[in-house]
Design a protein around this ligand. Structure first.
Ligand code: FAD
Length: 388
């Protein structure tokens, strides 16, 4: 068999998703955001076509593929200018964790809805006093008096899409594990659970999906709100976090490709001397470099997805971190150069590229910052002393 980076099915999926994305395009997303709405039409259509649940098991209504396929979907929608951020959390993290560790009831209850897009799940790990140091999270689960239910208390910050999600998968720790090493456990918290409050954060991002600060004030949950084993700890968490990193890479690569395509089209046309500005190497070369960086980042994303989908969680961890890093850096550079290529038009509402300058920074910060990946690689991969 000839080794291939992407199978014919993958290529067909790319082409089909790109066609869907181009039917909606940037103009659709801009309109939705200006109206304070959500891209529901695109979300439902993508779901109906099987794209949102492409990674989920077939017996629960999914496509039976993996993160490789899901990342293709997000990248292509992004390249068309209309990425769906909730794909990073709903099918990728929450769907994966439930499919791998959920009980039969949880799978029946959630996976068909996540796959057909009728239900959405958000994901909450970040806390105001822990930030990048997730070992410091203090959201705590204790057993209720009768020993069956759980009571959850804590705070979260920057959690995306809680208002539109039917539930949020909250990362907490059990009372006994409050001190010492992080032994996370995951709870499904319904949006309207008593004691589960949200406050929208005023972000300078023009995205449809908003970020929220959450308070969990003695939120009482049934025993089956716990996903998986309360002792399985980090293994379960990373089953969701590696797909999140791969999907963030897809998000960043898609955005970078979208910006670059706009800049290249502009550079081919715009003429202020005798030739189009794209004839000047000062314009052409940085665009070529941006393209190379995006391609390289995609290669690492494909490696990470391949490792993850083949069950190599450890190998996927390193590759997913590197892919997220490379994609975020490539995206920031591609957007910066694209805006610059358009001159004054790079900053106009008509061309709509300037808002991507802020948006492109997200992948550098979330879900794990550039510095934390450099810490990981210098310590875990290169064996240098840990600095923090
Ligand atoms: C748009 C957006 C959406 C998000 N959505 C979600 C979501 O849905 N769910 C969720 O759980 N979280 C979400 N987050 C949160 C995100 O994961 C965090 O912002 C991220 O993990 C960084 O944490 P922090 O913001 O507290 O930064 P901090 O941890 O305070 O870090 C601040 C700076 O210090 C640096 N730094 C920290 N420690 C070190 C160190 N040891 N060495 C070197 N540098 C260091 C960081 O790299 C960073 O540059 C979202 C964030 C954004 C911006």
């Amino acid at each position: 068999m000839t080794p291939v980076l992407e199978t014919d099915e993958h290529k067909a999926l790319r082409a089909a998703v790109a066609a869907l994305g181009n039917r909606y395009g940037r103009a659709y997303l801009t309109k939705v955001v200006a109206a304070g709405a959500h891209p529901d039409e695109l979300w439902s259509e993508a779901a109906k076509l099987g794209y949102l649940g492409v990674n989920l098991p077939e017996e629960y209504g999914g496509g039976g593929g993996g993160i490789a396929e899901l990342s293709i979907v997000l990248e292509e929608l992004g390249a068309a200018g209309c990425p769906l951020l909730m794909m990073v959390v709903s099918p990728a993290i929450c769907g994966t964790v439930i499919a791998r560790f959920g009980t039969e009831d949880q799978k029946q209850n959630w996976l068909p809805g996540l796959a057909d897009g009728t239900r959405t799940m958000a994901f909450g790990i970040t806390e105001p006093d822990a930030g990048s140091n997730s070992h410091r999270i203090t959201t705590t689960a204790r057993r209720a008096g009768d020993g069956t239910d759980w009571i959850l208390t804590g705070r979260k910050v920057f959690i995306s899409g809680v208002d539109i999600a039917d539930a949020t998968l909250i990362v907490g720790r059990t009372e006994d594990a409050r001190t010492g090493k992080l032994k996370p456990c995951l709870f499904i918290v319904p949006r309207e659970a008593p004691g589960f409050e949200r406050r929208k954060i005023d972000m300078e991002l023009h995205g449809a999906e908003k970020q929220f600060e959450l308070t969990l004030d003695d939120v009482r949950l049934p025993a089956d709100a716990l996903v998986g084993d309360e002792d399985a700890g980090l293994l379960q968490l990373f089953a969701g976090l590696n797909p999140e990193r791969i999907m963030t890479a897809a998000f960043a690569i898609g955005m970078g490709r979208y910006a670059l395509s706009r800049a290249v089209a502009y550079a081919r046309e715009r003429t202020v001397w005798k030739d189009p500005i794209g004839a000047h190497q000062a314009i052409a070369h940085p665009l070529a470099q941006a393209h190379i960086d995006l391609e390289l980042a995609r290669l690492m994303m494909q490696k990470a997805a391949l490792l993850y989908d083949s069950g190599d969680d450890a190998g996927a961890g390193e590759a997913a971190n590197m892919a997220k890093y490379a994609a975020a850096e490539a995206c920031v550079k591609a957007v910066d150069q694209s805006v610059h290529t358009l001159g004054g038009n790079g900053l106009t509402g008509e061309f709509g590229l300037a808002s991507l300058i802020t948006a492109s920074r997200v992948a550098r910060i979330a879900p794990v910052s550039r510095e934390m990946i450099l810490n990981y690689v210098s310590h875990q991969t290169l064996g240098l002393p840990k600095s923090y």
